[in-house]
Design a protein. Structure first.
Length: 118
């Protein structure tokens, strides 16, 4: 999905890991703007941002704030950040396994391929 942030355009993609996605959802619950900034940052596929998770010591709240600060400094209106962050959050949530998927996979193992005793 392509989004426009002020004069910048980028493609949103799903986060790299389950834990990244889960931490973004927790951040949104603590502070909406920081959480949406974090969602936007982890999904951003445009020109690399200066804000990085590593520089924020893997703290998703700090990262979300750094992403928002960077975008505001670049002249991106807060309303655009909210809108794009919401799109990114939808991608983050969509990347998490659903309860039904977990229940289906739970306890699934391949059947034995040979005798179970040596």
């Amino acid at each position: 999905m392509e989004v426009k942030l002020g004069k910048f355009t980028g493609t949103l993609r799903k986060p790299a890991s389950f834990m990244t996605a889960r931490e973004v959802t927790m951040a949104v619950g603590q502070n909406a703007l920081r959480g949406l900034g974090a969602a936007l940052g982890v999904c951003w596929g445009g020109k690399p941002m200066k804000a990085t998770l590593a520089a924020c010591k893997w703290d998703m709240m700090a990262y979300g704030g750094a992403v928002v600060d960077e975008l505001v400094t670049l002249g991106v209106p807060e309303a655009d950040i909210y809108a794009a962050g919401r799109e990114a959050l939808d991608i983050v949530i969509g990347s998490l396994p659903r309860e039904e998927e977990v229940a289906t996979a739970e306890g699934f193992t391949d059947g034995p391929t040979g005798p179970s005793t040596p």
